[in-house]
Write a protein that binds this ligand. Structure first.
Ligand code: BEZ
Length: 183
C-alpha cells in the first residue's frame, strides 16, 4: 500500500444550503478524491459502519478528541470513510457533534473496492463494507498504512487496535518508521 496513489472517485455528498429552503435544506454535491486529498497531508480512517459500537464509542470520537495532536504532527485534515450513503453519514456526524473529523460517504463502495479494502459482511446483514484501517496520505499517496489483522470476508470478529488514533499518533511521533502494512 505504501507509495500507492488513492483511486480517483467521485463521492456523492449532501451539503447544507439555506438557498434550498424548506425544512431540509440540503443538496447534492460531488466531491472527488482530489478535492479531499490534493496538496494536503491527512489521516484517513475507514470502518465497517456508521453508528456501530466500536466506531461510535472509540474510533471516531477518539480521532475527534485527538485532532489537535494530529495537527501538531503536521496533519492538515482527518477524514473518516465508510461504505454508507451521505444521509447516514450526515446523521452520524450530527450525533457525534464533530468539528474536526470530516466524514466521507462511500455509499457505492467504489473507493473502498478500488483500494482493495471491500469485504463481505453478510454474516451481519451488512452486505459489502470496508475492512478497518487508517492511513497517512500525502498529496493523494499512501505514506503509512495501519490495517487491522485478519482481512477477510464474513469475519466473526472486529479487530481494532492498529487503526486507532493512539497507534497512528505513536507512529507519527516515531517518524512513521515503524508503520507498515499488516502481514
Ligand atoms: C463495531 O464497531 O463495534 C462493529 C462494527 C461492525 C459490526 C459490528 C460491530
Amino acid at each position: 500500500m505504501i507509495g500507492r496513489r488513492l483511486p480517483d472517485v467521485t463521492f456523492k455528498t449532501r451539503v447544507r444550503d439555506e438557498a434550498v429552503g424548506g425544512p431540509n435544506p440540503y443538496r447534492w454535491q460531488d466531491q472527488t478524491t482530489a478535492d479531499y486529498f490534493k496538496g494536503k497531508r491527512v489521516v484517513l480512517f475507514s470502518l465497517p459502519g456508521a453508528f456501530t459500537p466500536t466506531c461510535s464509542t472509540y474510533q471516531l470520537p477518539d480521532f475527534e478528541k485527538l485532532a489537535r495532536e494530529f495537527k501538531a504532527k503536521g496533519i492538515e485534515a482527518i477524514y473518516c470513510i465508510s461504505v454508507n450513503d451521505a444521509f447516514v453519514m450526515n446523521a452520524w456526524g450530527k450525533q457525534q457533534d464533530l468539528s474536526n473529523v470530516q466524514l466521507i460517504p462511500d455509499g457505492s463502495g467504489e473507493f473502498t473496492r478500488k483500494t482493495g479494502m471491500l469485504v463481505c459482511k453478510d454474516n451481519l446483514g451488512f452486505g459489502m463494507r470496508s475492512w478497518r484501517y487508517a492511513a497517512v496520505i500525502d498529496d493523494g499517496v499512501v505514506e503509512a498504512w495501519f490495517e487491522e489483522p485478519g482481512f477477510s470476508d464474513l469475519c466473526e470478529t472486529d479487530p481494532y487496535g492498529e487503526s486507532s488514533p493512539q497507534n497512528v499518533l505513536e507512529k507519527l511521533a516515531e517518524g512513521l518508521s515503524a508503520a507498515r502494512p499488516a502481514a
